[in-house]
Design a protein around this ligand. Structure first.
Ligand code: ADP
Ligand code: MG
Length: 364
């Protein structure tokens, strides 16, 4: 890592018996950054967090915080605050006693603890509720207490493992922005695990995506959405149409059956050879219908096979003939107003346009 890196994880591998849960993961975060670790259930997110916390011993690899190798340090010496998905509060302690718990363990003197707890309750928006027991609090309030408890020791690193996933949608969305604001205000470097792509896109400075124990991409929300490194990332974050049996004809020109497509980023990372088969991807919202004024390039004639209402937009399923009886389906998201204005219906012929700079090329 660089000097400015706050936390660096080097070649972290974790095996449980013969099973490799984490495979050679390396990344770093900057001071004050909000990093989201995103991936489907079982991909290894919690294991990453537990290794950073000191709750799980890596099979190999190192974890460096503030230039210090902490790989072998126990959790108590790492100065981390942790919040788990399940509220994990002590049920027999009040909110304030839950928050004070870590503080009292750290220093023998109870002096100053009370003031600090009052301040923390205020920070998480629970002033005056310190004497309530967990069972008397809603899920959202319990997670606020858990957050205050994690912050009590003024950790240098805040680790959050799906802290919002047990909450209902409204509370979840409100807490997203509250946690983000609090984190910014305190400037505490934070790593949050989530399987929710929307949560990662809305909260993170950068997102790290894990697929079956391997890090597949790390970047800002805009980067991972606009330039997904693999088909997995493309379909995990948002949705993506894939067209297979595509061949590179020459630089920037690709062939699908009789069709020729111009692709501006077609050389891609993989240096595809002429004649080599590839797969291309285009997001439903990037599929333009002909009325949007394509200039003839990348115009394809399709047949509308289904129209699905989705509120502000319709998702159109379009059949694109490839050659002979072979066809592929392309989904297009079209604003509802436009669908109505153009009177789009099933079984209509519809020319579409694929913008040259919105098509991704992947290995076949
Ligand atoms: P995630 O948090 O992304 O859902 P985890 O990090 O919890 O995934 O788990 C990753 C994989 O490692 C899963 O297949 C899980 O079953 C396995 N795993 C996690 N902890 C253990 C353990 N203590 N013993 C054996 N397998 C484990
Ligand atoms: Mg998990």
């Amino acid at each position: 890592g660089e000097i400015s890196d706050y936390l660096s994880v080097h070649q972290l591998t974790k095996k449980f018996g013969k099973f490799t849960a984490l495979d050679d993961i390396s990344f770093s975060t900057k001071l004050g950054e909000f990093l989201c670790v995103l991936g489907p259930s079982g991909c290894g997110k919690t294991t990453v967090l537990r290794a950073i916390a000191g709750l799980e011993k890596p099979t190999s690899g190192t974890i460096v915080v503030e230039g210090r190798d902490v790989t072998q340090l126990p959790v108590s010496r790492r100065n981390v605050g942790i919040v788990f998905q399940s509220y994990a509060l002590f049920p027999n302690l009040t909110a304030e006693d839950n928050i004070a718990y870590g503080l009292k363990q750290r220093s023998k003197k109870a002096k100053g603890v009370e003031g600090r707890v009052t301040e923390l309750l205020e920070t998480v928006g629970l002033s005056g509720m310190g004497n309530k027991y967990p069972a008397q609090l809603s899920g959202g309030q319990q997670q606020r207490v858990a957050l205050a408890r994690a912050m009590a020791i003024s950790p240098h690193l805040l680790l959050l493992d799906e802290p919002l996933s047990a909450l209902d949608a409204k509370v979840r969305i409100r807490l997203r922005s509250e946690i983000r604001q609090l984190q910014k205000r305190l400037g505490v470097t934070t790593i949050m695990v989530t399987h929710d792509q929307e949560e990662a896109l809305t909260m993170a400075d950068r997102i790290l995506i894990i697929d079956r124990g391997k890090l597949v991409q790390m970047g800002t929300p805009g980067e991972v959405y606009d330039k997904p490194a693999t088909p997995f990332v493309a379909s995990f974050i948002g949705s993506m149409n894939f067209i297979t049996k595509v061949r590179k004809m020459e630089d920037g020109i690709f062939g699908v059956g009789e069709h020729r497509l111009k692709i501006s980023n077609g050389r891609g990372a993989r240096r595809v050879q002429n004649g080599e088969p590839v797969m291309i991807g285009v997001r439903p919202e990037d599929v333009m219908i002909q009325a949007d004024g394509g200039d003839g390039i990348n115009t394809l004639n399709t047949l509308v096979s289904a129209i699905e209402y989705r509120g502000s937009l319709f998702r159109l399923s379009l059949n694109l003939p490839i050659s002979g009886n072979d066809y592929t389906t392309i989904d297009a998201d079209v604003p509802s107003e436009k669908v109505r204005r153009l009177g789009l219906q099933e079984n209509m012929h519809l020319p579409i346009h694929l913008p040259v700079d919105r098509i991704r090329v992947y290995a076949a």
